[in-house]
Write a protein that binds this ligand. Sequence first.
Ligand code: OAD
Length: 239
Amino acid sequence: MNELLEKIKERLKSSRSPVILTGAGISAESGVPTFRGPGGLWRDFKPEELATPTAFEKDPRLVWEWYDWRRSIIAGIKPNPAHYALAELEGRCSNFTLITQNVDGLHRLAGSKKVLELHGSIWRVRCIECAKLSENRDVPIKILPLCECGGILRPDVVWFGEMLDENILNQAFEASKRADFMLVVGTSGIVQPAASLASTGRRAGAFMVEINPEPTPLSGIMDARFTEKAGDVLPMLIR
Ligand code: OAD
């Protein structure tokens, strides 16, 4: 790995507009379950029963119980060296963009200031009536949580079949179009539109690097791949 590491370190150092795209794999070493693969949440749970607007309409309590369980896991978890490495990198680069599909908030907890959270945050709630957003870190959360207006609060995360926040998505695409170096970390690369950010980076001519122990559908567009864990590679990459 050393020779490859030195090469990528140089690329990163000379990059003027690096973009990092992260997925559940970056939080795996902290103990947050991923979605796919061994031990993944979608092995034991059906997304259509827990992560769609229809599921919430049908049984908001069930959906909240599941989110409350996930929040209770994440609440006791700390960022790992991969999150800290990216926070440090942000401090060193002026034109750095961190895009994550994760809703766990671990990038911010590690000190990352500018994070484009494509899929929302598990620590934010939104009223289904008045759309008011607020932070809520109660663990356990009172089920059902209600807004001041009386409306039911839902987790402010993107569910299957829903649109992503347009402003955040635009910022992510704009950054990917300008990228000269793109690092794709711990994502299976199958959920759109997040995965297409990597193709956008490729088309922009970015030097593409993937960190993932498993090959993904994005592996083919990479210039380099690390098959070690994010928590091992990222701290070395920024050192
Ligand atoms: P997945 O669970 O689909 O994929 C996790 C990826 O991380 C896999 O490719 C693993 O091989 C890799 N991985 C595991 N441990 C790793 C480690 N220590 N270092 C590096 N890589 C590691 O998660 P995502 O791709 O993030 O959507 O899933 C995308 C979206 O699907 C999620 O944001 C979620 C889900 O449905 C929503 O909640 C809207």
